[in-house]
Design a protein around this ligand. Structure first.
Ligand code: NAP
Length: 519
């Protein structure tokens, strides 16, 4: 099967060698793609000139209806998508649901938020303020959708959710999308976009898809465009230093990797329910999508006196996790996405081992297949003796089922360790102590995009450490990229330009009356 790109309203293939997509269970090829040699300049222009005006003319409410229609089409084909996720990403049924339903759920969420909005075409921030002694001279701020194209560059681990969580907000805002999924898993993005195109829901140019290639994308962008990038910090840094990105000063948001932490409060003992929930959450984060989640727990911060309790509880749980072919319903964890990711995980593990020892390793893993037949990687727990003075364990993200236990002496040290990730997407704290919970919320929020604080009361009802909810912002400072996505209607701001309008009272009022206020 050959995967195509959807550009200028047509399905196209590039010229040059094809790249193979594989099934990581057995490394067998399942599809090919070539995105080289495509005319990206014309394709981006088509999005700007055809898709942009058509979307902007619709207004927020009508665009929300389009999101709902997209979600409905995807729901109809959900089983096929789950199967693709299984074949191309090595996803278990649960993993595939995480990605596929995550995407559909986000579209539905923005569709229902948008349903409450009217047919306005811009946002306003009022009231108008008087600027001089002249009572008739007023100012207000308006936010209009960007007139360029939103280029979405996505990571391999969420070919569905990663795509739709960005597209939902951009389309609601009225900005055409130009999606570049990661090549390794672009089959699912391709199939989904194909179904949406065939259903003829969107105006021409509103949604384009580039599969494979894209190395010259940055060359063709201008100041009206924006880039929302998700992937590794290294690629993000390379792309945002592109001369055209710097020269045009276009908006460039990054959701990168991070060394997310999970902290066991100083008060929690193994007899407390919170201890059990803490262990459960870590195992879930290690095994869902085989630990290939940007939000997955990489650092396990526990009181020094609890280190051994935590390690043995994790060891027990992980020994019971069946790892194998995701088509087998007993399997709880599949392989990594491909041989290249397996190699990267093995190399990353070696770097962590310069500062930490493996305390739960390959000998503890419960494989139901020969791991050598595909990209299988046994969960690893490491222990770092001196985490306050270590570096690599706070810096190196092994994108797989790997986490390091770090012991602390005082509550302040626990929070210091939490911040040593240099800016992360998510941190969770398990504690019964309200004072520590409060201190942790205020302290960790400086270095984290999201902080989940759990006690027994919400242990069964919370949404999970690694689950990105569209109501909340997703992103993190520093190392995590500095981006901020979603967060309900807050997400619209990224796709709008704010401008101060200075004019007469009547004209200011007219702008206020016809625009949409989110306040
Ligand atoms: P990656 O290698 O950095 O690639 C990310 C995207 O950048 C892919 O679409 C890739 O395309 C594209 N790309 C690479 N070089 C490019 C270039 N010169 N020009 C244009 N595009 C280029 O990351 P990945 O391996 O796919 O994803 C894993 C990483 O993503 C992990 O580190 C993870 O933590 C991070 N991640 C972060 C989040 C978040 O929300 N913060 C979410 C998911 C994943 P090709 O595939 O064609 O190379």
């Amino acid at each position: 099967m050959q995967i195509k790109s959807y550009l200028c309203g047509q399905w196209l293939t590039g010229t040059g060698p094809e790249t193979e997509l594989t099934n990581p269970v057995n490394n067998q090829p399942i599809a090919t793609v070539c995105g080289q040699g495509l005319d990206l300049k014309s394709a981006l222009d088509f999005s700007r000139k055809t898709g942009g005006p058509a979307l902007r003319a619709l207004g927020y409410g009508k665009r929300a209806q389009l999101l709902r229609q997209i979600a409905d089409i995807l729901v109809e084909n959900r089983d096929r998508y789950n199967q693709i996720a299984q074949e191309n990403s090595g996803n278990t049924v649960g993993d595939a649901g995480f990605d596929v339903d995550g995407g559909i759920g986000t579209l539905k969420y923005y569709a229902s938020l948008g349903k409450k909005l009217g047919e306005q075409t811009y946002l306003v921030e009022g009231p108008a303020e008087q600027l001089t002694r002249d009572e008739n001279f007023k100012a207000l701020h308006i936010l209009t959708p960007l007139k360029g194209v939103a280029v979405h560059i996505n990571a391999f681990n969420f070919p569905s959710w990663g795509m739709w969580e960005k597209v939902a907000v951009a389309l609601l805002a009225g900005v055409p999308c130009f999606v570049k999924p990661a090549t390794a898993t672009c089959l699912l993005s391709y199939e989904m976009v194909k179904d949406v195109v065939e259903a003829d829901i969107l105006p021409a140019g509103a949604l384009s898809l580039l599969c494979g290639g894209g190395r010259d994308l940055m060359d063709h962008l201008g100041s009206d465009d924006l880039v929302a990038f998700t992937g590794s910090a290294d690629t993000a840094n390379m792309l945002r230093q592109h001369k055209n990105v710097i020269a045009s000063n276009l908006r460039f948001a990054v959701e990168a990797d991070s060394l997310n932490a999970c902290i066991l409060g100083p008060d929690v003992t193994p007899k407390d329910a919170e201890f059990e929930f803490f262990i459960k959450e870590i195992v879930r984060e290690l095994t869902v999508k085989a630990g290939q989640k940007c939000t997955a727990i990489r650092r396990i911060i526990v009181p020094k006196t609890r280190e051994q309790d935590v390690i043995s509880a994790l060891k027990d749980r992980l020994a019971k996790t069946t790892i194998g072919d995701p088509r087998d319903e007993n399997v709880r964890m599949g392989p990594l996405v491909n041989a290249a990711q397996l190699k990267a995980a093995e190399e990353g593990l070696k770097v962590l081992q310069t500062e930490a020892e493996v305390v739960v390793g390959e000998d503890n893993a419960n494989f139901s297949v020969d791991p050598a037949q595909g990209a299988f990687f046994a969960p690893r727990i490491l222990r770092c003796e001196n985490p306050l003075h270590a570096q690599k364990v706070h810096e190196v993200e092994v994108f797989g089922p790997v986490a390091t236990v770090m012991g602390y002496e005082t509550a302040d040290d626990a929070l210091t360790l939490g911040a040593m990730g240099g800016g992360s997407l998510a941190c969770s704290v398990f504690t019964r102590d309200d004072a520590f919970a409060h201190q942790a919320a205020l302290d960790l929020s400086a270095s984290h995009g999201r902080v989940l604080i759990v006690n027994e009361l919400i242990a069964k009802g919370h949404s999970g450490h690694g689950v990105v909810m569209p109501q909340c912002i997703h992103g993190g400072p520093g190392r995590a990229g500095g981006g901020e996505e979603m967060g309900g209607l807050r997400g619209l701001y990224f796709y709008h330009r704010r401008s101060a309008i200075q004019t007469t009272t009547d004209r200011a009022q007219m702008l206020l009356d016809q625009g949409l206020s989110l306040a």
